[in-house]
Design a protein around this ligand. Structure first.
Ligand code: TMP
Length: 252
């Protein structure tokens, strides 16, 4: 591997400086964490699968004019992305009640929500990513009012698109988490979708059986985490069975 500058290492990805100005390289690790790093494991092949799934979904979102940081996939584990100034807010969109909303508000598990709900969490591990309101975001200047409006509007479009896209592969998009950043050009900036979209940050249930095909298999010790991620990849058609077997034989 060529020598290059590591800028940041997160729980699931490493960010390196890109060759061209204002670009970065996003490297997908096999590491999985849950409950703010309290639970850790390595899921063999996860990074490769998430790289390919995120490439596909970011490309499709770009096709419908959802601006995002993805430029191109470089290899099995890396993609070239635009450098953004990350807005320190995790945006969660929920279509079905499960996870923290069930615990926090006592909503019935599995309830189909009358309409999608958007929530915001402050990206701060030390504070355990607390839920915050739109007021907090604006008053504490994590984003401006107009940036937040753009984030809400883009999130609704992303949810509508991804819900249909997964549905066509017999997968229910239960909820997901996304992040946004500012893309600067000269004095101006615009909001772009950042990070990744993969079974690490989506809840994906099989339409017929409700089988979980996402990171909840790791969070809840349900087993066969890697197989579930591969199943999503197969269903989305990003890798054929043959390609996958080849990938898994090599040391990736
Ligand atoms: P939650 O129900 O635990 O709040 O999770 C909502 C969605 O956000 C779910 O799809 C998992 C995703 N998520 C992340 O991607 N990262 C996180 O740190 C957390 C807590 C949730």
């Amino acid at each position: 591997m060529m020598l290059r500058k590591k800028l940041y290492e997160g729980k699931a990805k490493v960010i390196y400086r890109g060759k061209e100005p204002n670009t970065l390289i996003q490297y997908f690790k096999d590491d999985a964490t849950a409950f703010n790093n309290k639970k850790k494991a390595v899921i063999p092949g996860k990074g490769v699968i998430n790289n390919f799934i995120s490439e596909l979904l970011m490309t499709r979102l770009n096709d419908i004019n959802i601006p995002n940081h993805f430029i191109k996939r470089l290899n099995m584990r890396e993609q070239l992305i635009h450098k953004l100034e990350i807005i320190p807010i995790e945006v969660v969109i929920r279509n079905i009640a499960t996870g923290s909303i069930v615990k926090r508000l006592g909503i019935e598990e599995g309830k189909v929500l009358p309409r999608p709900i958007i929530e915001f969490y402050l990206k701060d591990d030390k504070l355990n990513d607390p839920i915050v309101s739109e007021e907090h975001i604006i008053v504490f200047e994590w984003a401006t009012h107009s940036e937040l409006e753009e984030i809400i509007s883009l999130s609704a479009r992303i949810n509508d698109f991804l819900t249909g896209y997964f549905y066509s592969q017999k997968i229910r998009l239960v909820d997901f988490k996304i992040e946004f950043g500012r893309f600067w050009s000269g004095q101006d900036n615009s909001i772009m979708l950042a990070d990744e979209i993969s079974p690490d940050n989506c809840r994906l249930w099989d339409i017929l059986t409700n089988k979980k095909l996402d990171k909840d298999r790791f969070r809840q010790d349900l087993g066969e985490v890697d197989i579930a991620y591969k199943e999503v990849a197969y269903r989305l058609g990003v890798l054929s069975e043959k390609e996958f077997k080849k990938v898994l034989k090599n040391d990736f």
